[in-house]
Design a protein around this ligand. Structure first.
Ligand SMILES: Cc1cc2nc3c(=O)[nH]c(=O)nc-3n(C[C@H](O)[C@H](O)[C@H](O)COP(=O)(O)O)c2cc1C
Length: 222
């Protein structure tokens, strides 16, 4: 698939078919993605690809904890507030998604069910966890991890698969470390749900908007 088409076409996929994803296809996606840029080519990213029973057991335990309303303990602090313009876009995103899914504002139970489903990686058969080692300095490491994460999403799309980058899959990193046999030195940023998009799912019909260039670009001398 042409790169520029893929850049615009990729979108978050929030419902997957149970069809498995073969390991060699994930390998191709990661092989494409490893050409991402990073500070001084340090390539600080570490990825753990989980499938099969591991995904089932991990997501089941995360969902159980989430359902009990256990306070999240993310390795990378999650933003609690946003400047007005960002908050407005955040709210518009949530309203658009729930609208597409036919979930009204007052339907708290269905909204919570959506969050639980998010904690289960929306039924994706594969989760790619994006990690970094705790001897790295966080701010610019996040930049590098973001670069490869986007590349994975684009490459997956080009290979006909769907993804959803999920901070929700990093709410309880102790569970991630335990199920994936990782030492405490490995810090979790996001999990990437990966699988075959369910073409019938209303959530997958939702498309987010983007601001026009005038909104965020300043031109100087060009
Ligand atoms: C760091 C990060 C964390 C995200 N976490 C979640 C998440 O937990 N659940 C979710 O449904 N989407 C999550 N998203 C997806 C965003 O909501 C999505 O990328 C955004 O709304 C733009 O929509 P698009 O990906 O369809 O273009 C996350 C995206 C990023 C970059």
């Amino acid at each position: 698939m042409e790169l520029l088409t893929g850049l615009k076409e990729r979108r978050s996929i929030r419902a997957y078919t149970p069809e498995p994803v073969p390991r060699d296809l994930v390998e191709k996606i990661l092989d494409n993605s490893r050409w991402s840029p990073s500070w001084g080519n340090t390539q600080p990213w570490e990825l753990v690809v989980a499938g099969g029973e591991t995904v089932k057991r991990l997501t089941a335990e995360m969902a159980e904890r989430f359902a009990q309303k256990a306070p999240p303990t993310p390795d990378v602090p999650m933003p609690q507030t946003f400047p007005d313009a960002c908050r407005d876009r955040y709210m518009a995103c949530a309203a658009g998604l729930f609208g597409a899914m036919g979930i009204a504002r007052e339907e708290k139970g269905r909204r919570f069910e959506h969050m639980l489903n998010m904690t289960r990686a929306f039924g994706a058969p594969v989760i790619i966890y994006v990690l970094f080692s705790d001897d790295l300095q966080v701010p610019y490491t996040m930049f590098d991890l973001g670069a490869i994460t986007h590349a994975i999403a684009l490459a997956a799309h080009a290979h006909g698969l769907g993804t959803c980058l999920e901070a929700q899959l990093a709410l309880y990193p102790d569970l991630v470390r335990r199920h994936l046999n990782l030492p405490d030195t490995r810090k979790v940023v996001v999990g990437i749900a990966l699988g075959h998009p369910d073409p019938e799912a209303p959530a997958n019909r939702f498309r987010t908007a983007r601001e026009p260039l005038e909104q965020f670009v300043t031109w100087v001398d060009l």
